[in-house]
Design a binder for this molecule. Structure first.
Ligand code: NAD
Length: 501
């Protein structure tokens, strides 16, 4: 936190009740590039409980009119917003790379996901289907409709700085809710970019509010009486705290948390395809995806061949500034995240895993001022080792050996998390057995553990989630609740379950 703002740095405000305002605290924080920590990307508001409360109160007031706007009209604003993001895709991607390090190709993908989700949810403005069912009584009509809940709070992580907010904000709005949005302190610029677009697209004052800051703001969002839904994406540890804070007020809590995802490679797999998939799944986004393929379980018959090729390809990956189109792997997002990666590399060595490649921080030349680490592969990992059990969130992949499909599935399921899993095989029976038996929210055949599309549900089991899903029409279930409506046009008292004629 600082009040000594570098003269050249742009200062960004909160967005509360339709106005860009500074925090009542008067405090600011800097956002620095992880590829070159001498560069300040921007300076943002270090908000406090007062700012969060003001945003919630504005959202509560705005809800009274926004809920009455017909859903297709709400959707028109989202269509306009999606189009504005299309027009600004390149600058938004560059801002994102500057603030969190992903290579440009991937930040373009992140912005594209926000476009796709905003269009998809705009389409829901003319759907949001309910049910009409026959009544058991004559001259009586029975149906159900979706209703908005009120003020919804979004707490988001830094690894998908525009995509994840769009997964939450677009469905919340189309369902008729209002929003208070708290992004990660590592990616506030992408949040500002997204909210500015919504403002320009015509979202009325108070309907979307942005409050930048840390856990203090998040705590108010999770506890305030007027917040009806808390949608959180982040680590399992913080998700648990948010859940505990929200429980006494009976809020609807939607949690998307950590992962330790697995790729299974069977002895009949197309090995070249599997290597490509593990490179993309393990080292894409520098391994900082909730769906990252951080575990690979390989059949003993193809184990050494796979390992040789995977290691050779991983050591050839170009690590560098994401703004350089030649870079394939960017930096870790922060010094703290890099320290976590380095500590797990030490843990892996101490646990006796075989270090195949990587294992070191990169500190010279173009890497001198960033949080860069070599893509790292450990082999002969025991499934119970910490590097096989705990989410590292960096460019570190643990490779394990198996002798059968059953053993591979048992290893796959043998972690606390349940987000994504995949299998490489040419046998349809093997593929369907694994699809059925891996207890995860997402499953791929002959593809890595990453690559979700916006029109199917997204989320995980066990310590990854609490039963909700985002994306697809499943997101509407988070941001609306059902009202069942009975219309009796018989002109007399009819009693369900008692009168039969
Ligand atoms: P994090 O849990 O540290 O932070 C997430 C958000 O919570 C941030 O906005 C943070 O400021 C806020 N926060 C921190 N303390 C809080 C508190 N006490 N009360 C309320 N809010 C608080 O996570 P991160 O480092 O930003 O993101 C990485 C994590 O997110 C990884 O574990 C990753 O697996 C997970 N993730 C999950 C998904 C998914 O869909 N399952 C997607 C992306 C990331």
């Amino acid at each position: 936190m600082t009040t000594n703002v570098p003269a050249s740095a742009a200062i960004f405000n909160n967005f509360i009740d339709g106005a860009w305002v500074s925090s009542r605290s008067g405090q600011l924080f800097e956002n620095r590039s992880p590829a070159d920590n001498r560069q300040v990307v921007g300076v943002f508001q270090q908000s406090t409980a007062d700012d969060a409360t003001a945003a919630i109160e504005a959202a509560a007031r705005a809800f009274e009119t926004w809920r009455l706007v017909p859903a297709p009209k709400r959707a028109e604003i989202l269509f306009r917003a999606a189009q504005l993001i299309v027009e600004r895709k390149e600058p938004f991607a560059r801002d994102m790379t500057r603030e969190m390090g992903k290579v440009l190709e991937e930040t373009r993908g992140d912005v594209q996901e926000a476009i796709d989700m905003t269009y998809f949810m705009a389409g829901e403005g003319r759907r949001q289907y309910g049910q009409t069912v026959p009544s058991e009584l004559r001259d009586k009509f029975a149906m159900s409709v979706r209703q908005p809940l009120g003020v919804t709070a979004m707490i988001t992580p830094w690894n998908f700085p525009m995509a994840i907010p769009s997964w939450k904000i677009a469905p919340a709005l189309v369902c008729g809710n209002t929003v208070v949005f708290k992004p990660s302190t590592l990616t506030p610029l992408s949040a500002v970019n997204f909210v500015k677009v919504l403002e320009e697209a015509g979202v009325p004052a108070g309907v979307v509010n942005l409050v930048t800051g840390g856990p203090d703001v998040g705590t108010v969002l999770a506890t305030h009486d007027q917040v009806k839904v808390v949608s959180f994406t982040g680590s399992t540890a913080v998700g648990r705290t948010v859940n505990q804070h929200a429980a006494p007020g009976f809020k609807k809590v939607h949690l998307e948390m950590g992962g330790k995802n697995v790729v299974l490679i069977m002895d009949d797999a197309q090995l070249e395809l599997a290597v490509e998939g593990c490179l993309w799944g393990g080292f894409g986004t520098t391994g900082q995806r909730c769906t990252a393929a951080s575990r690979v379980v390989v059949h003993e018959k193809v184990y050494e061949t796979f390992l040789r090729e995977f290691t050779a390809r991983a050591s050839a990956l170009r690590v560098g500034d994401g703004l350089d189109e030649q870079s394939q792997v960017g930096p870790s997002v922060s010094e703290a995240q890099l320290q976590t990666v380095m500590s797990y590399v030490e843990i892996g060595k101490q646990e006796g895993a075989r270090l195949m490649t990587g294992g070191r921080r990169l500190t010279s030349g173009a890497h001198a001022h960033g949080w860069f680490h070599e893509p790292t592969i450990f082999a002969d990992v025991d499934p119970q080792m910490r590097i096989a059990q705990e989410e590292i969130f960096g460019p570190v992949v643990s490779v394990m050996r198996c002798r059968s499909l059953d053993e591979a599935i048992a290893i796959g399921n043998g972690v606390a998390y349940g987000l994504s899993a995949s299998i490489y095989t040419r046998d349809v029976n093997t593929a369907f057995t694994a699809m059925r038996d891996l207890y995860t929210g997402i499953f791929y055949v002959n593809a890595p553990t990453i690559g979700a599309e916006v029109h199917l549900p997204f989320g995980g089991t066990k310590a990854t989630g609490n039963g909700h899903r985002e994306a697809g029409t499943a997101a509407l279930d988070v941001f609306s609740e059902w009202k069942s409506i009975y219309v009796d046009f018989s002109g007399r008292l009819q009693r369900a379950q008692i009168d039969t004629e």
